[in-house]
Write a protein that binds this ligand. Structure first.
Ligand SMILES: Nc1ncnc2c1ncn2[C@@H]1O[C@H](COP(=O)(O)OP(=O)(O)OP(=O)(O)O)[C@@H](O)[C@H]1O
Ligand SMILES: [Mg+2]
Length: 564
């Protein structure tokens, strides 16, 4: 009787799902449907080449109509697969391909456990558990955000679809919970160039989607994942989504994410006692403006780890090992190209004078945008303090040019230097430079001394914001589409005038940036200090705390002559 019932159920499933019973790549025999989401179905399958080992196969619900799309799918999954090797908190992807009907699929390790959505439906998680789960999600995300190295080039990976369904929780042999992030690379693949709109492919993910992602910004950065993580943490802590909307439509979710303020924890879950630091952290992650959120995962990890210590939930040695392993693998890509810069000599065709120019530097990892400047030796020593700011100026309806400005200042703002050069967007060299700035997101500034111009004496790396990269890309697109009648020289004059007008704004941005950096360092030092104090008995903690005093310094702005 029972046997018949099982047969009937299996027959029904097989009839409904034509994939069951099929072989993929002559290797994976599809056995059963595990579940389905907005982007496809996940099956339990047997790897016949590995003695019938259980694997999970995700088959996307789309057709790879053209070669280009297949290549993009392969690329995104390949990058996702590299992450699974680097972090225990990212699911391992074992293989990927396309079915005979040109449907993309990928094979993963089969996980036994539940996803966070299923867990939240049945369980109210306690704060230490929430901290532990978030900590592991952050370790996985941090590894992805730091990027994977492919042929020497580092590709930072943003998940773009962090939601409870994509967080899987398994129990290992020692009954510890291990968190794995699923679906790396899929959201990027689906929402870029497939013709599928965000609203179509993301309907299940809209409750977790950052406002900037919903606006369709091309260059999302890590802070988009941080927003989604904020929604997830809010839900884990309160059991409720921060926004209650009327319908599950794209526009309702957009309104909520972009304009609605999340409710106070006290109002939505008065019965739950949540530490203030945790509430502040979640609210910061949920900030509408990316600049108001924690700027990277390490800032979140600092708070989580502090809270975990408070809850006597010290991070196990096992996880520390994983963290160390991750750090060992990551060599900042900039340190390699900085070394190459230091071997460069001043070009023979440039005068020995206080001038600057831009160039593309070929490196084994690809081309890197650079800015070369010649200055007096004693000035260079003052500028290596990371007190700098980058600005780009462009105006529509003119001959397409970008004025690229780097302003440098010493720590006390007593000496400021303005470096600038034009990038001609009608010229292939200018276009390449801008495209490289967009792709790498940073550039090297090479310093040469007037007194001894042979070798580069110092090099610093300056990063662009996601907004600046998006702007450059938009200008590049625009300049390729539009024909203008104004001349190159007219354009230069207008951009220079604009530059003079906004110089004081740029200086203000530089001052604000320095304040923010100091705040971050102070915050980091306070955390470190707190950590050290927590290692001592309570009585010495109070004494130490009383003797500390934070001084105030006065700063003066002095504008100096520019280099051009
Ligand atoms: N490697 C795996 N091992 C075991 N179960 C998995 C694995 N990957 C996914 N699942 C489960 O399969 C089900 C379907 O996953 P799927 O990713 O298709 O759905 P989703 O995340 O809800 O939607 P989306 O298509 O937007 O990602 C989920 O319950 C998920 O937990
Ligand atoms: Mg999923």
């Amino acid at each position: 009787m029972l046997q018949n019932e099982i047969h009937r159920q299996v027959r029904q499933k097989t009839e409904l799902d034509t994939n069951i019973g099929k072989f993929l790549n002559n290797r994976y025999l599809i056995r059963d449907l595990i579940g389905k989401g907005g982007m496809g179905r996940v099956y339990l399958a047997e790897d016949v080449a590995k003695g019938g080992m259980a694997v999970a196969v995700k088959i996307l619900s789309m057709n790879l109509a053209n070669q280009q799309l297949s290549q993009r799918f392969a690329r995104e999954i390949f990058i996702g697969a590299q992450l699974g090797r680097k972090s225990t908190h990212i699911v391992r992807v074992l293989s990927y391909g396309v079915t005979e009907d040109k449907i993309p699929y990928y094979v993963m390790e089969y996980l036994q456990g539940k996803n966070l959505k299923q867990i939240l439906k049945n369980e109210t998680l306690k704060i230490p558990n929430i901290l532990e789960i978030c900590h592991q999600i952050c370790l996985g995300l941090q590894c992805a955000h730091q990027g994977v190295s492919i042929k020497g080039e580092i590709f930072p990976v943003i998940h773009r679809d962090i939601k409870p369904e994509n967080i899987f929780i398994i129990e290992d042999d020692s009954k510890d919970r291990i968190v794995k992030i699923l679906d790396f690379g899929i959201a990027k693949f689906l929402t870029e160039g497939t013709g599928i709109t965000l609203a179509e492919s993301f309907i299940g993910s809209l409750p977790y989607c950052s406002p900037e992602h919903m606006e369709g910004r091309k260059l999302l950065d890590v802070r988009s994942d941080i927003y989604s993580l904020g929604v997830l943490m809010f839900e884990m802590l309160t059991g409720k989504h921060p926004f209650q909307i009327k319908s599950n439509s794209f526009s309702d979710w957009y309104q909520a994410h972009r304009f609605e303020m999340p409710p106070m924890f006290e109002n939505i879950a008065p019965q739950i006692s949540i530490p203030k630091e945790l509430k502040n952290l979640v609210m910061a992650c949920l900030a509408k403006e990316v600049s108001d959120r924690p700027q990277d995962i390490s800032q979140i990890l600092v708070v989580l780890e502090q809270l975990q210590r408070k809850y006597n939930n010290l991070i196990s040695d096992k996880q520390k090992n994983i963290q160390n392993q991750e750090l060992l693998h990551l060599v900042p890509v900039t340190s390699l190209s900085e070394k190459i810069c230091l071997q460069k000599s001043w070009p023979k065709n440039q005068p020995i004078a206080p001038i600057c120019f831009s160039d593309l530097l070929p490196t084994p990892q690809g081309s890197v945008p650079t800015f070369w400047a010649m200055l007096a030796k004693k000035e260079i020593a003052k500028f290596i303090d990371n007190n700098n700011y980058t600005e780009f100026i462009f105006q529509k309806n003119l001959y397409p040019m970008i004025l690229w400005i780097t302003v440098l200042s010493d720590a006390q703002f007593q000496l400021t230097r303005w470096l600038s050069c034009f990038l001609d967007l009608k010229d292939i060299k200018g276009q390449k430079l801008v495209q490289n700035l967009v792709n790498t997101g940073y550039y090297h500034l090479l310093f040469f001394a007037l007194e001894d111009p042979t070798l580069c004496v110092n090099v610093i790396t300056l990063t662009l914001s996601a907004f600046q990269r998006q702007q450059l890309l938009d200008w590049l697109d625009y300049s390729q589409k539009v024909n203008t009648i104004s001349s190159l020289n007219e354009s230069k004059t207008i951009l220079k005038t604009e530059y003079e007008k906004i110089k004081s704004d740029i200086l203000q941005k530089l001052v604000n940036k320095q304040k923010q950096t100091r705040f971050n360092i102070k915050y980091w030092l306070l955390n470190l200090y707190g950590h050290i104090l927590s290692l001592f008995p309570r009585s010495s903690l109070i004494e130490e705390g009383r003797t500390r005093k934070v001084g105030k310094t006065k700063r003066k702005l002095v504008r100096d002559s520019s280099l051009h």
